[in-house]
Design a protein around this ligand. Structure first.
Ligand code: FAD
Length: 557
């Protein structure tokens, strides 16, 4: 797109590098706030991007951004029903929850009724309020078009080569259409994802050595993947149909994700641990497609599901997907989360974390609109501290889950930690949707009951598995489950970690009402909040930035 060949202008207030949804949406919000924004992209839209499965916390952020800055499309893209009604042309997939199965080499997945190695956790009460998988080529393209419409000066095919910082501004240099350009900005935001533009320019040291998770990936998009309902028929009915979810297949070598879009395309990839890669021997050195097929051959049910699937683009392999820096913000610069750190797709944290960061930086620029028009130093310090702590926390939750994959009971128990943290955060945010919500810690950071748990869980799991994938004894596994259930109890508002549920968890408003005290409410207060908790607030009829924002940017007051 964007064949208009204008050169990049010479100065702006904010330069944003990278036009994934994070860069484009933040650029647009800053433009709404009256900032002069240039958005630079080295590629062109529409383009493939990975990272597709959204979550309730992501959608809450999207709704808040939509309501606060008058961006109706953000509000509409936050539920499956509104997306279909208003943007049917943007491809997406219905995501009702999180589905997990445990497969064993050379064995078909056994349908053992309620004793099957299967876990379903619903994230929404019904289809219309549910989350979506984002077909990123469409969604990112949409957000860049909307950024342009909001006044952002967008330049694609712009390869940046240099950033020079002074006390007053940042000088950027690069090439576009074979011509060199220079741009001076008061503030730069790195939204280049793993592109790592500012990391190189500022020589920011890697923080990878302080992280635990390591995984490789082999992935593509496919046509013709069979439904699990068809491959393993007759499983007991769950809270939603198994396939309309982020489907996770746990295997000895790691796990596979399978995300089905409404048009029948499936995004799928194997995440492989270093031990898993080593166990594949010479197969791991083969080309990506051979590796893919070798893995499918080991797991008959996955093989059946993909027997007639055709890749829609070449199957790709990356030997390590983690990256991590030691700083996320400083004088005149900030990074979006995906430029700062990435752990693993397990638990789909990326989109929600990125949207939360957009909210935080937007609030920082809002507060600066009447001042010197760059975020205050203390806000950037807070942002840096938040992203560092949150990246550590995501890493610990995911590393624990990889350890727990040794045995399905351990995995199902450990997953409750993630679900307790996010469901408590979701309910709290729905009940009190204040401005400061954006600064709430992600995955329990700042919460005395939740913050220490991932580290403690990882330590306990490693004692059981010996860090060698051992499954431990029955008593050890039961001991871990009981410990975790006790630890999450103060935040367990939805009846998680309940063996009577047989690993099938619906969205349970009755359990929520019973546990009203955990949310600091009386029973009748909680009952009054149920429409908000169900996400059934009346649809806003008028989208324009609310009074507080209009005052901050000088439109009122
Ligand atoms: C394998 C994998 C699976 C994932 N699955 C999920 C998931 O299921 N759910 C979830 O929530 N998250 C997931 N994520 C995370 C998700 O991908 C990220 O959170 C998300 O892509 C962040 O978006 P972004 O706009 O910050 O960056 P990106 O989408 O990475 O976009 C960066 C943009 O910057 C451009 N760029 C790069 N370098 C430069 C440069 N020097 N100059 C100009 N432009 C540049 C790129 O071309 C690109 O357009 C996954 C990530 C991976 C790696």
């Amino acid at each position: 797109m964007w064949s208009v060949r204008r050169s990049v202008k010479e100065s702006c207030e904010v330069a944003i590098v990278g036009s994934g949804f994070a860069g484009s949406l933040l650029a647009r919000v800053l433009s709404v706030l009256g900032y002069d924004v240039v958005l630079l992209e080295r590629d062109m839209h529409p383009r493939f991007a990975i990272g597709e499965s959204s979550t309730p916390l992501a959608n809450l952020s999207l709704e808040r951004i939509g309501l606060r800055y008058g961006l109706k499309d953000c509000y509409d893209l936050a539920t499956h029903g509104r997306w279909l009604a208003h943007f049917p042309e943007l491809r997406r997939g219905l995501k009702r929850g999180f589905t997990y199965y445990r497969h064993h080499p050379d064995e078909s997945l056994a349908n053992r009724g309620l004793d099957s190695e299967r876990l379903l956790v619903a994230a929404s009460p019904h289809d219309s309020l549910s989350d979506n998988h984002w077909l990123r080529a469409d969604v990112d393209h949409h957000f860049v078009r909307e950024a342009i419409a909001a006044g952002v000066d967008y330049r694609d095919r712009a390869g940046l080569t240099r950033a020079d910082f002074s006390s007053e501004s940042v000088g950027l240099a690069g090439r576009r259409d074979g011509l060199e350009f220079e741009l001076r900005a008061k503030f730069i935001i790195d939204a280049s994802g793993p592109g790592g533009f500012l990391a190189r320019q500022l020589s920011i040291p890697s923080g990878l050595d302080r992280t635990e998770t390591r995984s490789a990936i082999v992935f593509s998009h496919f046509d013709g993947v069979r439904l699990m309902d068809d491959v393993v028929p007759g499983m007991p009915e769950g809270p939603y149909s198994d396939d309309w979810a982020a489907v996770h297949h746990l295997i000895d070598e790691g796990w596979m994700y399978s995300l089905r879009f409404d048009d029948g395309v499936t995004s799928a990839g194997f995440l492989l641990t270093p031990r898993g890669v080593a166990s594949l021997g010479s197969k791991a050195d083969a080309d990506a497609a051979s590796l893919w097929h070798a893995l499918l051959r080991r797991y008959p049910t996955l093989h059946d599901a993909f027997a007639h699937a055709t890749p829609l683009m070449p199957i790709a392999f990356r030997s390590q997907i983690q990256h991590r820096l030691t700083r996320a913000a400083g004088d005149r610069w900030a990074m979006m989360p995906h430029a700062f750190a990435f752990v693993d797709p397990l638990f789909s944290t990326g989109i929600a974390w990125s949207l939360r960061a957009i909210e935080r930086l937007a609030l920082a620029f809002e507060a600066a609109a009447h001042g010197n028009r760059v975020p205050r130093g203390e806000v950037l310090t807070r942002y840096n501290a938040a992203l560092n702590a949150e990246a550590d926390q995501i890493d610990l939750v995911v590393a624990g889950a990889y350890e727990a994959m040794a045995h399905f009971d351990l995995f199902a128990a450990h997953a409750m930690l993630y679900f307790a943290a996010v469901s408590f955060a979701e309910a709290s945010q729905r009940i009190k949707p204040t401005d400061s919500v954006a600064w709430n810690g992600f995955l329990g950071i700042g919460d005395p009951a939740l913050e220490p748990l991932p580290r403690e869980a990882l330590t306990r799991l490693r004692q059981i598995t010996g860090s060698r994938g051992e499954i431990g004894s029955f008593d050890e596994r039961r001991g871990f489950s009981e410990w975790l259930a006790k630890e999450i109890a103060p935040r367990n508002i939805t009846g998680l970690a309940d063996s009577d549920r047989r690993n099938l968890y619906p969205v349970d408003f009755d359990a929520l009402v019973e546990r009203h005290e955990l949310l600091g409410m009386t029973r009748s207060e909680l009952i009054k909040s149920l429409p908000a908790l169900r996400g059934m607030t009346p649809r806003p009829t008028f989208f324009s930035a609310p009074a507080a924002v209009r005052t901050a940017i000088g439109l009122e007051g």
